[in-house]
Design a protein around this ligand. Structure first.
Ligand code: HEM
Length: 115
């Protein structure tokens, strides 16, 4: 793994850690903390950069799983939309905050188990 890929992967994981942590601590209050949108956007952008880098470095034996990337991208876009929409309200509500945490968990499962 190149150092550039590694550094961006660290930022990617930190971004989603912020989203997951930020939503879990606010499940009861139903609030979307300001930093959660920054975390979601950081991970979305770094995910796209990682995909481009992985595509460029792909070999015959080591291909990018495009269906997995599209699945993660769709889930991530839904997360960003929910966070943006919920953050504009005084109170997003526990179901919305829980949905963001749940979808983030789903993407971690896709990222790690789909190979
Ligand atoms: C909720 C959203 C997301 C979560 C929770 C998430 C989580 C993760 C995790 C846990 C890894 C490390 C997996 C491993 O190295 O085995 C990873 C790597 C990666 N992610 Fe994401 N990710 C998300 C969104 C995205 C998006 C939107 C893209 C791009 C379309 C993306 C592209 C990548 C790439 C290219 C890697 C490098 C390793 C691999 O090929 O799987 N991710 N992500």
């Amino acid at each position: 793994m190149s150092i550039v890929f590694g550094v961006i992967l660290v930022l990617h994981l930190l971004g989603w850690a912020i989203v997951l942590g930020g939503t879990l601590v606010n499940l009861r209050s139903g609030l979307i903390a300001t930093g959660v949108l920054h975390g979601a956007l950081t991970a979305l952008v770094t995910g796209l950069i990682l995909t481009v880098l992985a595509g460029a470095a792909a070999t015959a034996d080591d291909q990018v799983i495009w269906a997995k990337m599209i699945a993660k991208l769709v889930v991530a876009l839904v997360i960003c939309a929910l966070v943006w929409w919920g953050g504009r309200r005084e109170k997003a509500g526990t179901p919305l905050v829980g949905a963001v945490a749940g979808l983030t968990f789903v993407n971690v499962v896709i990222a790690v188990l789909w190979s």
